[in-house]
Write a protein that binds this ligand. Structure first.
Ligand code: 5GP
Length: 195
């Protein structure tokens, strides 16, 4: 997706060979125009699939998941990273090891918002080792619902997440696929295939 790649190239900061900072348009400040385009792009990438719900994880997944849900005309549910005081035990949970925070969070979704007839599109901001997406998929499956697709804004293709999700049988679409972050430079997958 060109608009996203341009934003990554102009505003992304390579923190190390493994981590990209995109606080200025995705993870802290949000570019609403780009978010709207991401929603449209996800829907066109999955145009052969029907969905009844979008599921993401707070907080950075919410903007692209919201615009995708708006475009699909379905509701969006976000998993909470910490159980809220107002939440009962009427919840699905999964343990997710965070790549960036290096800690395990138990993510939680109320049983009221996913049921066995749902066909769910999972959306997240980054794909590294695939733990966040797998945790969300576990929640969908606990509800007896179906994971009909996984949409990722930025996939770091040099990390194992994509293969982990494909091996688990999921359909994955990523809007930008990063081949490497070496030498403080972002290189995308499609620009390196012929190298
Ligand atoms: P995974 O669960 O696939 O290992 O990692 C995905 C999660 O870790 C995302 O939800 C995102 O919050 C965070 N993450 C992983 N890699 C990066 C990165 O390079 N930059 C940022 N900003 N977040 C990342």
């Amino acid at each position: 997706m060109k608009m996203l790649k341009d934003e990554i190239l102009s505003k992304g900061i390579v923190l190390s060979e493994g981590v990209l900072k995109v606080d200025s348009f995705l993870n802290h400040q949000i570019n609403p125009v780009l978010s709207l385009e991401m929603g449209k792009e996800f829907v066109s990438r999955f145009d052969q699939t029907s969905f009844t719900k979008v599921l993401t994880i707070e907080s950075s997944g919410i903007a692209p998941a919201f615009t995708t849900a708006l475009e699909l005309g379905v509701e969006l549910v976000f998993a909470r990273k910490k159980k809220s005081l107002t939440m009962s035990d009427h919840v699905y949970t999964a343990d997710v090891y965070s790549f960036t925070k290096q800690e395990t969070n138990t993510i939680t979704v109320s049983k009221d918002f996913i049921n066995e007839s749902d066909q769910v599109l999972i959306i997240d901001d980054f794909l590294a080792n695939g733990q966040a997406a797998l945790g969300l998929a576990k929640i969908v499956e606990q509800a007896g619902a179906k994971v009909s697709g996984i949409g990722i804004v930025i996939e770091k293709s040099f990390q194992p997440g994509r293969q982990v999700l494909l091996d688990a049988g999921y359909n994955v679409e990523s809007l930008a696929r990063i081949h490497s972050l070496k030498n403080n430079q972002v290189r995308f997958v499609d620009e390196t295939v012929l190298v």
